[in-house]
Design a protein. Sequence first.
Length: 445
Amino acid sequence: MSRGFESHTLRQTFSADPRPERIRVSETKPPKRRSTVARHGQLSSPSAWGQIVRFVAVGLAVVMVAGVGVVSYTAYTAVASFTDAAVELEGQAAVPPDIGEIEGGVNLFVAGTDACEPEYAQYFGDRCTGPDAGGELNDVNMLVHISDAPRRVTVVSFPRDLMLPIPECTDPETGRTSSAMSKQPLNSTFSYGGLSCAVNTISDLTGQNIPFAASITWGGVIEVTNAIGGVEVCIANGITDYHTGLDLPEGNVTLQGIEALQFLRTRHGVGNGGDLGRISNQQQYMSRLARKLISDEVLANPATLYSLAGTALQNITPSATLTNPLTLVQIALAVKDVPFDEIVFISYPVLTDPSDSNRVVPNYAAAEELWAALEANQPLQLSGEASQGDGVIVQSPEPTAEPAPEPSQEATSGATPEPTETAAVLPEAIAGQTAAMDTCSNGNG
């Protein structure tokens, strides 16, 4: 079993990278005074408690720490049930709760780790039988950016084999400090300093301030998937991967248990067999998880919601900054109305490492265009492929009948058309997909 709902305190460090320093999001605007509870978006009626679950579900789906948000929801629904039978005192007005979406933009880092948990170690092969069995690598690394209004969500995935500078890190368990290194694989950061080291590494790479983070083990992913009854994914061509034991037919398949783990870990079974294809495959899973979590199958089933909350408590490790239930709800409220086409999953742009063709290095020029677009809060327009490494293919939509044209109406005198935002066209080096896109795993079958 994983370490449970323990927290990590994030520390801020800066590397001695000779590249020009990038401006952090928080430094580009005058600092705002943030209250513990936002001053707007009040929930003033009991019925609002019933709506909060949908808000939380969207947020938790995006950040892949599903139960954290639901834990907050269950706490509030418990309070709501406590107040149902409350007695009104004559002459005393009820005080409405003052809970609103978090102010400004938000950055969260999410790591998926390969800890050799006893229940699942047998499925990791040599990884959990060799000399490194006691270690823990951050194989999945995602930066979730929630913009200021108008709200948009961008999830940037970083390859595990990305070679980059790592700042000085201290192991939270042993207290041992590792010196800064100029070039190491990203997935080694957990071994040097746990979640905090991974956060600081990505912060230095991107120039983004990252105040919130969480990690979940592969075993935790299995438990969360099981708690919601599985996640349906689309498979093109079928998948056969002898390295993970995965064997899936073509078509829509509902993944649970070990199959969910095998699907998320498979590299040889999709695309060109590389880590970049695996990332795109994982992004398909995340977008479909988002849809599942806001479906009636989950939202209308209290037993499923409470099961998910309990599962999260056992399997998600948050930063200390992410343990305040009000903060969790505020973050979830910030994304409650974000449409699926504004939830964009992006693969961090990379180049082949000149020193090792099996590794990759940052494509700083392409990445700078992404960070500039996020800083300006522009809609993102993808010009590259949906997948690096051919991990997924875009599913063609079913043809539909053309709707009958509606009678035209004369424009109202003096009416001003709504201004349209200019989208930032990302370079072709940046692959990605939106949660609204239907993609299928490009299996090797």
